[in-house]
Write a protein that binds this ligand. Structure first.
Ligand code: SF4
Length: 326
């Protein structure tokens, strides 16, 4: 069964005067009904750009340079503005990184909810009182007091604003929810509440599928059913989360997984045991395998040719070590 949200050889590049930065360069993945797909990788690996591209929110200098994104079988980049608007919040929603900083400071949370209702009133049978009641109930679930609806965002702490963005994005029960570092401003106790809230939404089928973008593998592990590991604009390994975490195949994933210590452990550039060096310049990536300069298993072919994606025991891995072992 095809996924609710599918990326097929997706390329999203930043076209600047000085260079073309290939932030997302040939990514294929699927967010299936009932699954939480975690996209993990170091800072600068292209995860956030991938999230924006999956949500259909590409703006210059970022452009789609190739491939497609399908929401329920429809290419979102072939949709008109009106069709794309009609699936926002109810079909495909995103909590972008730093969304909390973009909340309108002159509107109360209640006003922001009213705006969301107003923008879908024509296309959806919405009972306004039901939505406010749902907002109050869900606010409590993620540790926000009821009075939060009557406050301006500037009156709230960073952690509260982050939870408000999650509340707003889930209010109309989107079928697919993309979350980019949704717990970054939260302490560990509140992180657990948010993860539990997201799990409850999945269990109640209020949300059918999630893409959870994070540099925090320990947090991803708490919620993910599937995992995709991103390096230098490409997915180097993907498959069931427990398999990718427990028995990683790609040399980069092996280095990443050595960083799992406890919730909150994060991936920082070149700070991982077994991973020295820096990710490549995405304006001028290596010709063959992008991990070649840092890989302890590298072979001559790795420098010359891009590795194909092989499937080994249910895991898809992009590495010459596994080519031909499908
Ligand atoms: Fe290492 Fe070669 Fe595999 Fe790249 S393709 S990860 S350089 S072994």
């Amino acid at each position: 069964m095809p996924g609710l949200l599918v990326a097929d050889s997706l390329k999203a590049y930043y076209f600047t005067k000085r260079a073309v930065v290939r932030a997302v360069d040939g990514v294929s993945l699927e967010a299936e009904d009932g699954s939480v797909l975690a996209v993990v990788g170091e800072s600068g690996s292209g995860k956030s750009t991938l999230g924006v591209a999956l949500a259909g929110l590409v703006k210059p200098p970022l452009r789609i340079a190739g491939g497609s994104v399908y929401f329920k079988g429809r290419d979102i980049y072939a949709m008109g503005d009106e069709e794309l608007r009609s699936i926002r919040a109810v079909g495909l929603a995103i909590v972008p990184q730093f969304a909390m900083d973009a909340l309108n400071p002159t509107a109360r949370v209640r006003d922001l909810i009213r705006d969301i209702i107003a923008s879908h009133r024509d296309s959806l049978p919405i009972d306004e009182e039901d939505v406010y009641r749902r907002a109050q109930e869900r606010a409590l679930q993620i540790g926000l007091p009821k009075w939060v609806l009557d406050r301006y965002s500037v009156e709230l702490s960073g952690g509260m604003r982050q939870r408000v963005t999650i509340l707003l994005s889930t209010l109309l029960n989107p079928e697919v929810l993309i979350l980019d570092e949704p717990t970054s401003a939260l302490d560990v106790v509140v992180q657990r509440l948010v993860i539990q809230y997201l799990q409850d939404l999945m269990a109640e089928r209020a949300v059918k599928s999630m893409v959870f973008i994070t540099h925090d593998i320990a947090t991803a592990r708490q919620i993910a059913t599937e995992m995709a590991v991103m390096y230098a604009g490409q997915i180097v390994e993907r498959g069931p989360a427990e398999s990718v975490i427990g028995s990683p195949l790609h040399p980069y994933t092996k280095g990443l997984m050595s960083a799992i210590v406890e919730p909150g452990a994060s991936i920082k550039r070149a700070k991982l045991e077994g991973l020295s060096g820096e990710p490549p310049d995405m304006a001028n990536p290596p010709k063959g395998c992008r991990f070649y300069p840092r890989c302890r298993y590298r072979m001559p072919i790795c420098e010359r040719e891009e590795p194909p994606e092989a499937e080994v025991g249910g895991i898809k891995v992009k590495c010459w070590l596994y080519a031909g072992k499908t």
